[in-house]
Design a binder for this molecule. Sequence first.
Ligand SMILES: [Zn+2]
Length: 152
Amino acid sequence: MKMWREVCSLVADDYFMKRFFYGHSRFLPLHLAFAFQGPSLVSVASNATVFGHAERNCVRYLSTRNIPQKRKSLTLIVVRITSNRTFGMSRPCRNCCKFLKRTIPHARVFYTDTKGTLIEDVWLDSDHLSLSSRPRTHSERSLVDKLSVRDR
Ligand SMILES: [Zn+2]
């Protein structure tokens, strides 16, 4: 796939990658999302901002550039880049799936799996919650309960 080859060559390009590694927390996995309209790359975004997940930032950037989001010719490729510059699991989380279905309903969405293989997310039906949107664990909750009991 031509778009996938373009993504691979950009990720291998130090000059291109520098702006995403710069300022990026090394405690967060780096995700990048690439949007194509037809064969042309029209938007690239990372999760290295305060706004959150790469795929959402990428779609938001489309709207700021007045690129119609309902087109059938849109393709979104979401990748995770590991510290030794290989691809890792980047399937869109549950919240992003909802967002993508609503904002770019006709787009084809692809992600890299744990082996770095490009997979099409046909149904966008992930039930995976990202770490930041998971509810607190039971032990954290019970600690809060204990503290508030002690305060009384
Ligand atoms: Zn997400």
